[in-house]
Write a protein that binds this ligand. Structure first.
Ligand code: UDP
Length: 250
């Protein structure tokens, strides 16, 4: 059966979500738009949508092989992914294996410090407020997730890290940190959703000592380092070399 896309349900910064024939599924289109600093910085990066779709598909299938539930069903074209429809929980969970980014801007911890056990930071997913860092008290006050659901989310993110950290290490990539979004499907199952790509993870080339050259993720765009797509392409090449071709849902 050919999957045709229906109405546009939602347009985000990097993806568009469309309805499809099956009401339990949606189609995700990965766009070439790159944004940073809450969309204050914008650009079009040719091929980004294709690379992020392919990398995410491979990683979702890797998680699936490790019995980690995700919303992923398959790809339907270069930049299109078929996923289960979920209610996305408005909390972004960032797992940090190594200190970088906002952790180093907001605290005296220096970049590159190993964090073991990994640090989990929860952010409220709301662009109007600039995705603020949450505290336990604010989570309770906002009532966005119950204590029990929050525990399940944190467990799931740590399980994802336990798969991804050694996977990337074998590819010569240090998984510095990553952001996950999760959702609940119709059956109430908690699933990894959104994407896992150089837009949402930090990767440092293990065999490169230079602090800028080693960056193979969106920090190249944030910091105007150039070679953004080449870096995404390098991550994609290494991931593809270790994963089967993603299944097609067409
Ligand atoms: N991240 C993301 N979306 C966001 C914020 C962060 O995907 O809205 C990812 C980011 O790419 C990095 C990790 O989460 O891999 C941690 O980001 P951090 O909090 O250090 O913020 P940043 O330095 O990007 O402002």
């Amino acid at each position: 059966m050919t999957i045709t896309h229906g109405e546009l349900l939602y347009e985000g910064k990097a993806k568009r979500i469309f309805a499809c024939q099956d009401p339990q599924q949606v189609l995700v289109e990965f766009k070439n738009d790159a944004t940073a600093f809450n969309a204050q910085k914008k650009a079009q990066l040719e091929n980004k949508g294709r690379l992020n779709c392919l990398i995410s598909a491979c990683l979702f299938e890797l998680l699936e092989r490790h019995e980690i539930p995700t919303h992923y069903l398959g790809v339907s074209d270069d930049t299109w992914m078929v996923v289960q429809r979920v209610d996305v929980i408005p909390i972004e969970v960032v797992l940090r294996n190594t200190a970088a980014g906002s952790l180093c801007r907001e605290t005296p911890i220096s970049q590159g410090t190993a964090l073991d056990p990994a640090l989990l930071d929860l952010y409220y997913k709301d662009d109007d407020f600039g995705d603020p860092l949450l505290t336990d008290a604010r989570i309770a006050l906002l009532g966005v997730v119950s204590f029990e659901l929050r525990q399940r989310m944190e467990d799931l993110v740590r399980r994802v890290n336990a798969v991804l950290l050694p996977f990337f290490k074998d590819l010569g990539l240090q998984l510095v940190d990553f952001k996950l979004e999760m959702g609940l499907n119709q059956a109430g199952e908690l699933l990894v959703a959104d994407e896992i790509s150089p837009d949402t993870c930090r990767f440092w080339d293990i065999n490169c000592a230079d602090a800028n050259e080693r960056i193979l993720d969106k920090d190249r765009f944030r910091k105007d380092l150039g070679g953004v797509i080449e870096a995404y392409g390098e991550v994609c090449k290494r991931v593809q070399g270790a994963c089967p071709q993603p299944r097609n849902c067409r």
